[in-house]
Design a protein around this ligand. Structure first.
Ligand SMILES: [Zn+2]
Ligand SMILES: [Zn+2]
Length: 121
């Protein structure tokens, strides 16, 4: 099918969900929001994606003149940050979830051990 050639941009996947499946390609997508701040004074800059990189629109900080920027991931987008932030629809590989699950299991085990230890005191 012509449709699946090239990279899917997941345009139909809603930006207000945290996770979900893209209706076009069926991949598991996570909406990740990023903002760019001046590394010097911390002022937020409007960010864009250029060649797969998150970069500020301006070449230097309008506040202090610095040219160094830091990219910061934000967990929850709000109506102020949405003017600055870029949305990156990231494909989550399945291994990621398996890894999280095994981590959760090992945590449960350690809690259990902890309880056992408490009983011995
Ligand atoms: Zn897609
Ligand atoms: Zn600055």
């Amino acid at each position: 099918m012509e449709f699946f050639k090239g990279k899917c941009k997941h345009d139909k996947f809603s930006p207000d969900k945290d996770f979900g499946y893209c209706p076009d390609c069926g991949e598991l997508i996570e909406n990740q929001w990023f903002i760019v701040r001046c590394a010097c004074c911390g002022v937020k800059h409007k960010a864009v994606i250029k060649n797969g990189q998150i970069v500020p629109v301006e070449k230097f900080c309008h506040n202090c003149g610095a040219k160094e920027f830091i990219t910061e991931r934000i967990n929850k987008i709000n109506f102020i940050d949405i003017n600055y932030a870029v949305l990156v629809k990231t494909i989550i590989p399945n291994e990621h979830f398996e890894y999280t699950q095994s981590w959760a299991e090992s945590k449960e085990t350690s809690n259990y051990t902890h309880k056992l230890l408490q009983q011995f005191r």
